[in-house]
Write a protein that binds this ligand. Sequence first.
Ligand SMILES: [Zn+2]
Length: 403
Amino acid sequence: MTALTVLNARVLTMTGGGPRRGAAMRDVGVIERGFVQCEGERIVRVGAGAPEHVQGDVIDAAGRVCMPALVDAHAHLCWGGDRWSEWEQVRAGVPYSDILAAGGGILSTVRATRAASEMELAAGVRERLHAMARLGIGATEAKSGYGLEPASESRMLQAIEMAASDSPITVRRTFLGGHAIPPEDAAWPERLVREVIPEFARRFPDAAVDAFCEKNAFSVEQARAVLRAARAAGVPARLHTDQFNDLGGAAMAIEEGARTVDHLEASSQATIARVGAGAAIAVLLPCSGYALDGRYAPGRALIDAGAAVALGSNCNPGSAPTVDLRFAMHLAVRHCGLSCHEALVAATANAAHALGLGDQMGSIAPGMRANLIVLGERDERSLVHGFGGPAPAHVVLGGRVLA
Ligand SMILES: [Zn+2]
């Protein structure tokens, strides 16, 4: 069995039962000078000072920060084609409605994804996972949602599984059949609820279910039916909601017991209070605000209202073309009002809880998966402050040192 000890580290444990809410999000659980020991894929000992015995590999952190590997709470990761020409058109001033009318936007990704083989889709996911691991990301979500008919959605979920099987990153799949209503199939929302979700919950019992509640996508009542179908099938539910309009989707999702409410850029004061008092984790996706329109979720108000906030890259080919969760952390401080420590908790412990992985990763304690990063600095705020900056000095996933 492999063994690894990180010595002389400023250890951020992030431990604390369930997701951290409100003021508890400021506590990263510091051990000023301590150690972390791993055996095989697990952490076995954590403490202050030096360990009694050291065997196997040693990383001397020399006072630098050792913290849990990052967790991306919301990422798409699987698609065919690209949107680079469309981005240039948008930048040149072509209205998005014209691009959509010409079959662009999400519809072009749906066409390219339907035309792609499982191998081609898996190759794309594999590349993105590889890049994420080097950035110190130890777990991520990967959504379907560009097929919008059963065979293509199923191919996406299988491609994600194929890519995940040889990656050191833990991948949680999400069936995003409610991403949009395909123009050729106005009855898709009803069919999704009646036939497809029950069938997919049997075939992919590990996958959460997700939808996009917005004007011209799923209405509040259509999204409610999706969440109820997920619950009836025994799988967790999430909801993209309040991105452009607060239609009441977040409040509805909390009522229906969704695990997360994602986006929230347009949430009203009443919705913020509701999210603060509810059990669902608020997943913020500031890379979309950066890429699209400069609108960001009210992270400060959500945390002050008592919410558990998590962060995701939202990696997708249109509105968040990045796998760099560190950039989302930077933007969360710059534009959502989080402190650096809150952003660190949001991208580790709370993100792990958003994926149902909080008892396995996102914090440093005996029994947790040995997913660690050692930074090049003695102050963890460096990871949040420096966008596009260097990768962590060391990345350890499942007890193995990657870099
Ligand atoms: Zn998304």
